[in-house]
Design a protein around this ligand. Structure first.
Ligand code: ES4
Ligand code: ZN
Length: 324
């Protein structure tokens, strides 16, 4: 099963590039930029990656990305993950990035964009790996700030595949961002949002109704509402489920309790992604292997999940045909 899952050409729809920052690269970039880290060693950093909820993770996630200062840091960050992912059989990644988290630290948008766009280009040319770009907005920051950043990103609108909504979900309902998402729609940008990870099933409905998203990131708590499940099935909305993330952040106690089999049994359009692979115990291959072990799925299940992801990925039609 390991070799099958490694060789299966996989498509990852839910990946925060800042969450792919391995401690080894964090140390290298800290040294390059003359930044002090709160950890003495790589092992000490890894030992700190134990979380009881999303909020505890986010604190270390924002702290870790503090080493990203220059265009080449963003390039190195992305290439480091792209190479690793390609080695695990990943052929396309829809990648979230968090501009506000960098602007807040005084890192200009042009620095972030040029580093990531360069990496996207080199991935296509040298790795046969295609990349979709999702500009994500932090839902625990003011809605006005998000709108301002979207306007500031005007030179890059045509290079974006979608906008997204991430960070602390509880008490930051989708409706808070109605103006942002309306503006994105007006600009012809596709929209996605995290919903139903730590927040209630109702937030999934809200993201679909008020933000008009085409995809739900996580969405696992949909099972708390028969009505939401029925809708997701009827409209065949893709859920980008991140099994090891959900275990790490205690959305579920352990993988055997994960609702993935239930979501599939309900006829939902499920996909598997890694979310923040440097923090949650591994990338696409680890997530697939963990599911094989926990649920005893056979090859056909993994093929179906991959078809679902190919259907939804932000790729050209030619590329989609190539991936099928
Ligand atoms: C995230 Cl796991 C998760 N949830 C919400 N926002 C995020 N940003 C990075 N990882
Ligand atoms: Zn996420």
């Amino acid at each position: 099963m390991h070799d099958f899952l490694r060789d299966l050409p996989k498509v990852e729809l839910h990946l925060h590039i800042e969450g792919s920052l391995e401690p080894e690269l964090m140390f290298a970039l800290a040294q390059r930029n003359g930044i002090d880290l709160p950890y003495a060693t790589v092992q000490e950093a890894k030992n700190a990656y134990l979380f009881s909820n999303l909020q505890e993770f986010l604190a270390l996630y924002f702290q870790g990305m503090n080493v990203l200062r220059k265009e080449e840091d963003f390039y190195d960050l992305a290439m480091d993950y792209f190479k690793r992912a390609r080695g695990e059989g990943v052929v396309h990644i829809d990648m979230h990035f968090d501009p506000q988290a960098h602007l807040q630290r005084g890192v200009p948008l042009d620095v972030v964009m040029s580093g990531l766009l360069k990496a996207k280009q080199v991935a296509a040319e040298t790795l046969d790996l295609t990349i979709g770009l999702i500009m994500a907005f932090l839902r625990d920051r003011p809605a006005e700030e998000a709108l301002h950043v979207l306007e500031q990103a005007a030179p890059y609108w045509k290079m974006l595949d979608a906008i997204g909504l991430d960070s602390a979900e509880q008490n930051n309902p989708p409706a808070k961002f109605v103006d942002l998402f309306n503006r994105a729609k007006q600009l012809g940008l596709v929209r996605v949002a995290h919903a139903g990870e730590e927040g209630p099933a109702e937030y999934i409905n809200e993201a679909l109704d008020i933000l008009d998203v085409q995809r739900i990131d996580h969405g696992v708590r949909c099972l708390e509402s028969d009505e939401v499940v029925a809708r997701l099935r009827r409209e065949q909305i893709v859920l980008t489920v991140c099994p090891l993330s959900n275990v790490s952040l205690k959305v579920v106690e352990n993988l055997r309790d994960h609702p993935l089999p239930k979501l599939l049994a309900e006829g939902l359009k499920v996909t598997i992604s890694s979310d923040d692979p440097a923090y949650f115990g591994g990338g696409m291959l680890s997530n697939h292997m963990a599911c094989a072990e926990a649920f005893g799925w056979d090859k056909s299940v993994f093929r179906q999940l991959t078809f679902n992801a190919i259907d939804e990925a932000f790729v050209t039609n030619d590329r989609r045909e190539e991936l099928r």
